[in-house]
Design a protein around this ligand. Sequence first.
Ligand code: GPP
Ligand code: MG
Length: 286
Amino acid sequence: MTTTTNPADVLRTTFQKSVANYWNTNQNDPVNLRLGEVDGLYHHHYGLGPYDPSVLEGPEETRNERIIEELHRLETAQAEVLLDALGAIAPTDRLLDAGSGRGGSSIMANQRFGCEIDGVSISEYQVGFANEQAQLRGVADKVRFHFRNMLETGLETGSRRAIWTNETTMYVDLDEAFGEFARLLEFGGRYVCITGCSNDVTGLRSKAVSRIDEHYICNIHPRSAYFKALANNGLVPISVVDLTADTIPYWELRAQSSVATGIEDPFLTAYKEGSFHYLLIAADRI
Ligand code: GPP
Ligand code: MG
């Protein structure tokens, strides 16, 4: 069952309305659609791991296709890293994908664990797209996407074995989000976050980080903000992995692709100057 709620109840602030508008109107994004068409998994996150340099060589007529496939492979590898961090998940468990985009990570979680997943997004377009994908794959009974706000999901207290955010926390107040996740998680349940965060050690937001914020209408948080908000909400980190070096190859390949959007340089600059990290954090609910 898909839950559609009144937009006025889901989009509470002017900021949330502008974010929803970005994702609702950005329906023809080749960087995400061309990659998704490779195998029907549509992601809204970046990639991890080294790329195969041979994709840049070989016949010119098929170079573009090889690069697209390789970028998609790296994005799927990123989602596998996130799912690895969820720990043991039983087919009877229920999970939440907070900021579920076009649904790729949720579909992968269902394939891996066989369990039920609810995804929430404040973009009605994305929710519709993701539910169509679940239907096409015949998993709509287990993978459901809802037009809801991750800050107030309406899901049952203590109902989740695990929750993840795959590059979505830069759109929310961390205390509000982690408060809601703590409510939803059972005791010992796991929260996994992959995010880009600014580096407190290099100081306030760099120009490159500001350009990323401006591009996506988001608010990248400093690294320290994550650990304060986790501690405030009974979420105890079990692992913290700096994925920065592993994501740089993805950006280098993307910068040379036909689907580059112009945000590649700010990402490469921010990562290489050290003002920005790509981080995985896993935390347990106590
Ligand atoms: C990627 O989505 C993620 C975001 C927009 C959030 C910002 C992430 C940070 C790590 C700062 P996307 O796949 O829609 O982006 P693009 O269209 O550029 O591929
Ligand atoms: Mg993308």
